[in-house]
Write a protein that binds this ligand. Sequence first.
Ligand code: ADP
Length: 270
Amino acid sequence: MPEIVIKNVSFSYAAQNARPALDDVSLRIAPGSFVGIVGHTGSGKSTLVSLIDGLGKPTSGQIQVGTVTVDAQSSPADLAQLRRHVGYVFQFPEQQLFAETVGQDIAFGPTNLGWSTDRVQAAVQEALKLVGLPAAFADRSPFALSGGQMRRAAIAGVLAMKPAILILDEPTAGLDAAATERLLTNVAQLHAAGTTILLITHQMDQVARYADQVVVMNQGHLVKSAPPREIFADPAFLAANHLNVPAAVAMSHQLRDAGVKIDPALSIDA
Ligand code: ADP
């Protein structure tokens, strides 16, 4: 399982940009971590994860994933090497479904990796199982599914490539409570099986429940990387970074810190 090491990374979309999208960001993510990436809109969250996926190269600094290191001099082939370990579920991934059947859609990525037909088919079935869709859905049109099912089919297309690192950008946006819960349970299962999870979210309850590390971005800076209870224990820090934490989430962390056992049925973040 690859470690992620980000060293003094800055990134500008255009030279004339007054403020870089990322400014001297350093971060280490241990294999198998569940990292919540939070911060105001425009703070640099998506830019950070897109560089980890090799979708661009740092303007300065280095990004290392496992044994692959990229910097401002790296070639597109180097960047593609970075992507070998990473699966990126974009916002509203169902908008990228395109094939006639769910199975063909999920097979697209693994086929591009040059896998044999048998291996691709096995990966498709496994991915459907991972997202909790019945095997028979492989033959359905993706456009005949419900919104939540379409989202899970799209995520299955990323999981089929068996990434060691899974990036999810607001994966529950627009889903109802039941679909949100199902999706988060799937993600938690992947994490339990060893996948490193990088979750961009505005939902602090999700971070409190699942993350073991929280990365707080603000105006291109990484302002803090710490366990959730440390982040949520400081109301002034939360307000300064536009993090809207339901009182029950912050409070249950304080209670846990004090050694109080909370009945999971009563606790909002359990
Ligand atoms: P977040 O994911 O936290 O909302 P982003 O990484 O999308 O933040 O954006 C960081 C900064 O980079 C913002 O100022 C945003 O306007 C700018 N930005 C993002 N994408 C582009 C782009 N494709 N071209 C130019 N500027 C961009």
